[in-house]
Design a protein around this ligand. Structure first.
Ligand code: ARG
Length: 575
């Protein structure tokens, strides 16, 4: 079902196989001159040493294209231009119309996928990098789940390590209740900074902090209880951010660094037994081949520091073991900023050398770039501090409320507040998702909240506008879905083909874990809909065209709604 390009590829596969004597890609692509073009005759002719035009003729003479095309024409050195028949497009759309999944089929083999995302640090402010990880991870999780995979969300928060000595001492100095109040309001940076300053200025505090680390590591009950308080306060704050953002993460998804501490001696023992580990400058390290520093010296992955402590790499290696061996992961996605690329590549390499990460299981670093301010430097607040995420989200909703009040003054108070929330949060998420994740992007309020261009408000508005057509036409959308579709006007043909390409858009998105591809698709769809709506009267058209066009409206609205939903963005019925 669905994408005509995929249907043509399927129809032509046996024809090309026959000509090539082996599997050969027909290379079916969208075309400027027609609906699609088949380019495969050219590479095949080169391979076989024959004339590409003659091959193209044989492709056409096979007759298989007649079922789906009204026009087939050989062009240039051997391209085949195709025009889909209106009956074919209409029939395919008819199938999609009665399908709740809009032609999106589940993956052939369901995988167990662990997605590692968000991962803020206890007693530290979540920064925009954590926002990116959270938003991108949430979108990937939704898409993977929709495709039928078994998805395990893991929020690998940073809750362990040396700084917790000073953080716990600072907690004691402040009094737990005062600390809880500050952290609960999201003043995590303040707390961290104060602790740091004391550590810098007071030897007595340093001493206490060091002793506290030892107590924490040896599992002292009182110390663990204090540590747990800090973790709980921070998680409560992270949860307020997650709820505001409307992402799926909750406490059940926590897979904190501390959880892997008891398993680390075994990781060490297994590495020792593998013979990969060696002592270097007093530390236990592995040198994975292919990694060097600036001086071209081999770069070690440090497993155990000379002081005996484990570190970040050890915890990530232990995670790999846990994910593959306990959870049965086939695929692990690490939604983490680009600067950690080398760390992760080294971890993956060592894990595979040790035999813990073997095909078909694979690990992928879903890397992303920075969020920049107007000055094209890392985004900062006006006072030069890191931006507080809750403030950012609240501002988004406030700004959206103002924009909506202007656009639709009739919307009543409660409905307006809800729409403002959906539009404001949607705008922030979409701004993040719609640029190629690996690139930096500039955080620009005006652009992300604009009702024009590739933005959430534009798509949400397009969706709401279609919903208003149904209200005006007084039709039941479910009834519509059985109406016969007629695809006549060029704008209808264009819209029909776009709608049918939804599954391909999702495939392309997941092939590289790049949500921006789905965004681009939805933006193209909304634009195709606009030109359809400008050229083709809907409510005023005579039957059966009226019902057919209403059905195209319904399909467009459902595709926008589903597409935005897969990105974690809501689409209101009115705004
Ligand atoms: N807590 C880390 C940070 O804030 C990110 C952890 C990412 N996940 C991982 N498995 N290393 O930078």
């Amino acid at each position: 079902m669905a994408d005509p390009l995929a249907t043509v590829t399927e129809l032509l596969a046996p024809v090309f196989a026959g000509l090539a004597g082996d599997e050969a890609d027909p290379v079916v692509r969208p075309s400027d001159r027609a609906d699609a073009q088949v380019n495969g005759a050219l590479p095949l002719a080169k391979e076989l040493g024959t004339n590409p035009r003659e091959l193209a003729e044989q492709v056409v003479d096979s007759g298989v294209l007649q079922a789906v095309c009204s026009e087939v024409e050989i062009a240039g050195p051997g391209f085949v231009n195709l025009t889909f028949s209106s009956e074919f497009l209409a029939a395919e759309l008819g199938k999609v119309a009665v399908d709740d999944r809009l032609g999106l089929v589940e993956a052939g083999t369901a995988k167990t996928v662990v997605v590692d995302y968000s991962a803020p640090n206890v007693a530290k402010e979540m920064h925009v990098g954590h926002l990116r990880s959270t938003v991108i991870g949430d979108a990937l999780v939704r898409m993977l789940e929709f495709l039928g995979h078994r998805v395990i969300r893991e929020n690998h928060i940073g809750d362990w390590g040396r700084p917790f000595g000073m953080l716990i001492e600072h907690l004691l100095d402040l009094g737990e209740d005062v600390a809880a109040e500050g952290i609960g309001q999201g003043d995590l940076d303040g707390f961290y900074k104060q602790a740091n300053e004391k550590f810098r200025d007071s030897e007595e505090f340093q001493q206490r902090a060091r002793e506290r680390v030892v107590l924490l590591q040896s599992g002292d009950d009182d110390t663990l209880a204090l540590w747990q308080r800090l973790v709980d306060m921070s998680n409560a704050y992270f949860n307020t951010v997650y709820r505001k953002l409307g992402v799926l993460l909750d406490d059940g998804d926590l897979a904190a660094e501390s959880r892997y501490q008891p398993m680390m001696p075994e990781t060490l023992a297994r590495l020792e037994a593998s013979g990969l580990m060696e002592r270097s400058d007093g530390a236990m390290v592995v040198f994975p081949p292919g990694f060097t520093n600036r001086d071209n010296d081999p770069l070690p992955l440090i497993i155990q520091a000379s002081t005996g402590g484990f570190n970040y790499a050890t915890s990530d290696l232990t995670c790999v073991i846990d994910r593959v061996e306990r959870l049965g992961a086939d695929l692990m996605l690490y939604v983490i900023g680009a600067p950690q690329a080398q760390h992760l590549q080294m971890v993956f390499k060592v894990a595979s050398m040790a035999g813990w990460l073997q095909p078909p299981a694979e690990a992928v670093h879903v890397a992303f770039g920075n969020v920049l301010g107007d000055d094209r430097k890392m985004l900062r607040s006006r006072s030069g501090e890191a931006v507080k995420l809750v403030d950012l989200l609240d501002e988004a909703v406030d700004r959206a409320a103002a924009a909506i009040a202007e656009k639709n003054p009739d919307l009543d108070g409660e409905a307006r507040a809800e729409v403002a929330r959906i539009v404001g949060i949607g705008a922030v998420k979409y701004a993040d998702l719609s640029t190629d994740r690996i690139k930096d992007y500039v955080f620009d309020w005006n652009r992300m909240l604009s009702f024009d261009g590739n933005t959430a408000p534009y798509l949400q508005y397009a969706h709401a506008r279609i919903c208003s057509i149904f209200r005006r036409a007084e039709v039941d959308r479910t009834d519509l879905r059985r109406a016969e579709i007629v695809v006549g006007e060029p704008q209808e043909r264009q819209l029909a083909q776009r709608l049918l390409a939804f599954p391909t858009a999702l495939d392309d998105t997941m092939a590289t874990y790049s949500p921006h591809k789905l965004c681009t698709y939805l933006f193209d769809l909304a634009q195709d809909f606009t030109s359809f709506y400008e050229h083709c009267p809907v409510v005023k058209a005579a039957e059966p065209v009226r019902s057919s066009r209403l059905e195209l409206c319904d399909l467009t609205a459902r595709t926008l709604d589903r597409g935005l939903g897969l990105l974690g963005i809501d689409a209101p019925q009115a705004m």
